[in-house]
Design a protein around this ligand. Structure first.
Ligand SMILES: *Cc1c(COP(=O)(O)O)cnc(C)c1O
Length: 479
């Protein structure tokens, strides 16, 4: 497919600029461009067709099944987008006087009320812009707590090997030493190893739950107890809260601090680099360290409070990505008390249903009940038949199914991480299972042709490592 620059024809312009309604000014020569700007020239219909063609080449949730693991919601209800587009939310400026944005402040206060209730926390900030950014904020709270209590030597964070990759990275970014502990055979935190790892230098533990194997930590209360007994704090990576929301609460399991990915579980699309929100909730004893400003309600008026002696400061300009919080609030209010647990139960039911169907051929990395996602291993097939996780992913593309997450988590060789989500119906899951099973059988019978997939996509097997290491993101003009 040609790029806009390659389709450009000099004489073709489609810009109809309004007449200038401000005085024209002659600019100094030395700040003028020497050459005219190199822009593509196309007619409007050519541009329109170009973008429609691009759209047809992309696979989105509106095109078909999208079982990409560790990304929770795929379909985000349109009503939340509509609410977030209301002029009262869009046409405000972060420096406007508080009395003119009372409704916006109420949105932040209400979202905090509902999400602290759902997580079992006492307070919350919406400043962090992403999940990893939320982790960073949460670990800074824990660090600040230890410093304020004179425990500067507590500088070690325990991270099980089934944690999300951002967890150890976060701890390191916060100046902590990362203590990794391997999981048991079944994929759970090894309690003996945890007991051996904690001590006077433990700042805390970061626990991803459900872990990256898609399973709920069975001994979760013992885990929080062991770390608390050693004087550490416990952090819950709640990026994928859709597995448990409304059913059980991290606050009740003993966690002190949590982040949520509002752009995974609460109605903002994940991925694409768009704005996100890594809301951070905490128990009351950590609230004084939260980023500032915080919102206070007094005499029916909301206001920002900046005068907070122990706050870790700011982690982002203003109040975070406000419109993402608007969507999360709209979603939470639409589902309500009954819808929130139902959504979680559907996510778990769909994952278990699909896992059961696929286990007819595929090897499930950790068999047993899964939460919102499960992990397949193609280790045996790779060794015995030269059919890899990558081959299955590529074969699915020819059947208009988005591939699962591949080669993650790292503790599972040849991993395919599958997450159907709460919105898919039984028919879609049945159809998808048939495709998964038939491509598996065909690939084992004929690995050679599996290696050629995809044959229907515009590109087949690009050099993934090359693209990551040496990205070419700009069009280079010939002249
Ligand atoms: C996605 C995810 C993160 C990181 O969130 P980002 O918004 O991508 O920074 C952290 N932990 C878990 C478990 C996740 O699934």
């Amino acid at each position: 497919m040609k790029l806009l620059f390659e389709k450009s024809i000099d004489s073709r312009k489609s810009s109809f600029l309004a007449e200038c309604d401000v005085p024209t000014i002659d600019l100094d020569k030395d700040i003028l461009r020497e050459q005219s700007l190199n822009l593509p020239y196309l007619s409007e219909v050519d541009i329109s067709r170009h973008y429609s063609q691009l759209e047809r080449r992309a696979h989105g949730v509106n095109n078909g099944f999208y079982p990409l693991g560790s990304c929770t919601m795929k379909y985000n209800p349109t009503i939340n987008e509509k609410v977030a587009k209301l002029p009262g939310f869009v046409d405000v400026h972060p420096l406007q006087p508080e009395e003119t944005v009372q409704g916006c402040l109420k949105v932040l206060a209400l979202a905090k009320e509902y999400l602290t209730e759902i997580t079992g926390m006492d307070d919350m900030t919406f400043q962090p812009a992403a999940g990893a950014h939320g982790e960073y904020t949460g670990i800074l709270l824990i660090r600040q707590y230890h410093i304020k209590h004179g425990n500067v030597k507590r500088n070690k964070i325990i991270v099980p090997d089934s944690a999300h990759g951002t967890n150890p990275a976060t701890a390191a970014m916060c100046g902590m030493e990362v203590i990794g502990i391997p999981s048991t055979e079944d994929g759970f935190v090894d309690l003996d190893k945890l007991r051996a790892a904690v001590g006077e230098d433990t700042a805390g533990i970061m626990l991803t739950n459900p872990n990256t194997l898609g399973i709920f930590e069975r001994d979760i209360k013992q885990i929080t107890q062991i770390v608390h007994d050693a004087g550490g704090l416990v952090y819950y990576d709640g990026a994928n809260l859709n597995a448990i929301m409304g059913v059980t609460r991290p606050g009740d399991m003993g966690f002190d601090c949590i982040h949520l990915n509002l752009h995974k579980t609460f109605a903002t699309p994940h991925g694409g680099g768009g704005p996100g929100s890594g809301a951070v909730g905490c128990k009351q004893f950590l609230a004084e360290y939260l980023p500032k400003p915080v919102i206070e309600l007094a005499d029916g008026q909301y206001s920002f409070v900046n005068d907070l002696e122990n706050s870790i400061g700011k982690v982002k300009s203003f109040y975070g990505n406000f419109l993402v919080v608007v969507k999360a609030l709209a979603y939470t209010m639409t589902l309500g008390n009954e819808g929130i647990p139902l959504s979680a139960m559907n996510a778990v039911l769909n994952a278990n249903y699909l896992m059961k169907l696929l286990s007819e051929c595929y090897t499930i990395a950790k068999p047993g009940i899964c939460m919102h996602e499960f992990v397949i291993t193609m280790d045996k097939e790779a060794k015995e038949h030269h059919v890899t996780a990558n081959d299955i992913a590529k074969l699915l593309i020819d059947h208009e199914i988005h591939p699962p997450t591949v080669y993650f988590p790292l503790i599972v060789p040849e991993a395919l991480m599958v997450e159907p989500t709460e919105t898919e119906g039984k028919e879609t899951l049945d159809e998808a299972a048939e495709v998964f099973l038939s491509i598996y059988r065909n690939a084992i019978n004929d690995p050679e042709s599996a290696h050629k997939a995809p044959v229907l996509a515009p590109i087949g097997r690009p050099d993934g490592v090359g693209a990551a290491r040496n990205p070419i993101l700009r069009y280079k003009n010939e002249d």
